[in-house]
Write a protein that binds this ligand. Structure first.
Ligand code: ATP
Length: 348
């Protein structure tokens, strides 16, 4: 377990929301290992910026640079108007929640949450009130006497979140904080986190590789790939107008098909499974072929079917019988077009 904590020193509930700016951040771990390749990023004050991308794309490294746990090889970082690039983590006024909690094993849950308030010399009565409030919100009031070893992974994670939130920090950095929770708690926790962030007005930078979590939480969504920003924007905009085939495939599992076998200009066409409608319709693009596989996703089933040499997926209701053949059509204005380099062509 990584026991790294960033105890905020200067943040208080009265701090104003703080914007985060990363200018041309590069991070090389060795001559040929570049984790970040020139990141320019503005995280607006009081908003949730989500860093999304596959394993190894640089999400954690960027968050650790903002926290001060890594020093960029090049570029600079501003929190509010302060250049913090070379500042000690403790002097930055950020709180960070790690995937690995980093709780003090000898302190109770209460003691862990209380610790940053003690360090900041918050009076006892105020400490109690704030801990009670946070514990109530995170549904851990009944666990406050327990030591970390007596808690489940999910409960420990909630204590870790509580410890960061209790300071009501100006900038809250979260690295996959919900990943150890069960699916149901994960969904309710993200709703609570968002409500809480709205209430506190905290600037949040949140790392995840879970696209559903990213779409649900983000005010600004940043898709990272190989150490660079592939696309940045409001989540709905990134989802509806992915700028590259990488984003299209990563977010919402779009069907990406070679355009020429479909008698379209060279490049790739993107079709979301939910935009495919069974049957045919004049003027629409039709795809048809035998069913080769199915995935049950809950109330729906994702049916994989061949179209020529390629495979596409369509959603059908889970209680429908699985057909042996699919014929489906898609409206021209629902088709995404990408050039041979994978870049979006034209407006949606
Ligand atoms: P994950 O979702 O798997 O946590 P990530 O997107 O957070 O991945 P990073 O942890 O930021 O990715 O790593 C980015 C790249 O930098 C990876 O190729 C990783 O191997 C490399 N890297 C990270 N930390 C170090 C280190 N301390 N030394 C050398 N290489 C590193």
């Amino acid at each position: 377990m990584t026991v790294t904590t960033v105890a905020p020193v200067v943040t208080t509930a009265t701090d104003r929301p703080t914007q985060v700016r990363c200018n041309a951040i590069t991070k090389a771990f060795s001559n040929d290992t570049f984790a970040l390749r020139g990141i320019d990023l503005h995280c607006p004050a009081g908003a949730i910026t989500v860093l999304l991308g596959p394993s190894g794309c640089g999400k954690t490294t960027l968050l650790r640079c903002i926290a001060g746990l890594e020093t960029p090889s090049d570029g600079n970082i501003h929190l509010g108007h302060r250049d913090v690039t070379h500042l000690d983590p403790r002097a930055r006024g950020v709180a960070m929640v790690f995937q690995n909690y980093g709780l003090y094993p000898n302190k109770s849950a209460y003691g862990n949450i209380e610790y940053p308030l003690r360090r900041a010399r918050v009076p006892k009565k105020q400490r109690q009130a704030r801990i009670e409030h946070v514990a109530n919100m995170l549904r851990i009031t009944h666990l406050l006497d327990r030591k970390p070893a007596q808690l489940s992974g999910g409960q420990r994670q909630r204590v870790g979140i509580g410890r960061a939130l209790v300071r009501e920090p100006a900038v809250l950095l979260m690295d996959e904080p919900l990943s150890s929770l069960d699916a149901e708690l994960r969904v309710s926790m993200r709703t609570e986190l968002r409500a809480l962030q709205r209430k506190l007005g905290t600037t949040m930078v949140y790392v995840t590789h879970d696209q559903a979590e990213a779409l649900a939480l983000a005010d600004q969504l940043v898709v990272l790939r190989d150490g660079h920003i592939e696309q940045i924007g409001e989540p709905a905009e990134v989802f509806t107008s992915p700028s590259t085939t990488f984003v299209a495939g990563f977010l919402g599992a779009m069907n990406l098909l070679e355009a020429q076998p479909l008698n379209l200009p060279p490049g790739t066409v993107g079709i979301r499974p939910e935009d495919l409608i069974r049957g045919t319709s004049p003027g629409d693009l039709t795809l048809s072929g035998p069913v080769v596989d199915t995935d049950l996703t809950g109330t729906e089933r994702l049916v994989h079917f061949r179209c020529g040499q390629q495979t596409a997926r369509i959603r059908i209701r889970a209680d429908e019988p699985v057909p042996t053949e699919i014929t489906a059509h898609v409206r021209a204005d629902r088709i995404h077009h990408f050039d041979t380099d994978g870049n979006r062509i034209g407006e949606r």
